[in-house]
Design a protein around this ligand. Structure first.
Ligand code: FNR
Length: 190
C-alpha cells in the first residue's frame, strides 16, 4: 500500500499548519493511502553541527526521521512563514535528514518522492513566501514537489474547534493536495 507521511514545520501545540496538514492527510487516506502524521515536537534535534556529526554520527531522532522518510512513498508538509521564510525547526530537520549515512548516496532516500506543500498563516498572504523557499529546498534534494502548493490565509478564522475546516471549498482543496500526492506516489512507486 502507498504510504504517505505528513508533518508541519511548527512545534506549537495549536499550530494551524498541523491542522492543515492533517486535513490534507485525510484526503490521502480517502484516496486509499496508508497515512502517518508526526509532530516534530516529538523529535527534538540539536542544531546541525558538523563537528557533532563527525563525533557521533546522526542523532537518534535524525535517524528515526530519515527512516520515516525512507519508508513512505510520498510526503505532505505544511510550513509556517517566519520572517518571510521557513522556520528554523523545519530547515534543521531537512538539513539533518539530508546527511548521507554510510553506504548511502547523497539524497538517495528522497529521489523521486512526491511532496505536497502547503502553508497556513493568520496573515493575508498565507505564508506564500515560505512556500516558495520550501519548494526550492526540496527540489534541490531530489524530491518531486507538486507545482500547486497552497497557502491558507487568515488561518485563525478557518478551523472549527474540532480542527476541521469550516468552508467546504477550502476543505476540498486541502484534501485534494493529499489525494494528488497519494495518487502520484502510487503511480510512481506502486
Ligand atoms: C511569524 N509569523 C509570520 N506570519 C506571516 O504570515 N509572515 C511572516 O513573515 C511571519 N513571521 C513570523 C516570525 C516569527 C518568528 C513568528 C514566531 C511568527 C506569524 C505566524 O504566521 C503565526 O505565528 C502562525 O500561527 C505560525 O504557524 P503555526 O504555528 O500556527 O502553524
Amino acid at each position: 500500500m502507498t504510504k504517505i507521511l505528513a508533518f508541519a514545520g511548527s512545534l506549537r501545540k495549536d499550530s494551524y499548519n498541523k491542522l492543515m496538514v492533517k486535513a490534507a492527510l485525510a484526503g490521502a487516506k480517502a484516496a486509499g493511502a496508508e497515512v502517518t502524521f508526526i509532530d516534530l515536537a516529538d523529535y527534538p534535534l540539536p542544531f546541525m553541527d558538523e563537528d557533532l556529526e563527525k563525533r557521533e554520527g546522526l542523532p537518534a531522532n535524525a535517524r528515526k526521521l530519515k527512516e520515516l522518510f525512507k519508508s513512505h512513498q510520498g510526503l505532505l508538509i505544511a510550513t509556517p512563514e517566519y520572517n518571510k521564510s521557513i522556520p528554523a525547526v523545519l530547515k534543521n530537520v531537512i538539513d539533518w535528514v539530508s546527511r548521507p549515512v554510510p553506504d548511502e548516496k547523497p539524497f538517495e532516500p528522497f529521489a523521486g518522492k512526491v511532496v505536497g506543500t502547503m502553508s497556513a498563516s493568520p496573515g493575508a498572504f498565507g505564508g506564500i513566501r515560505a512556500l516558495g523557499h520550501l519548494s526550492f529546498i526540496l527540489n534541490n534534494i531530489s524530491f518531486i514537489v507538486l507545482p500547486d502548493g497552497y497557502s491558507l490565509v487568515k488561518a485563525h478564522e478557518v478551523f472549527n474547534p474540532d480542527g476541521t475546516i469550516k468552508d467546504a471549498k477550502t476543505a476540498e482543496t486541502v484534501a485534494g493536495i493529499g489525494r494528488k500526492v497519494a495518487e502520484l506516489a502510487r503511480k510512481t512507486h506502486g
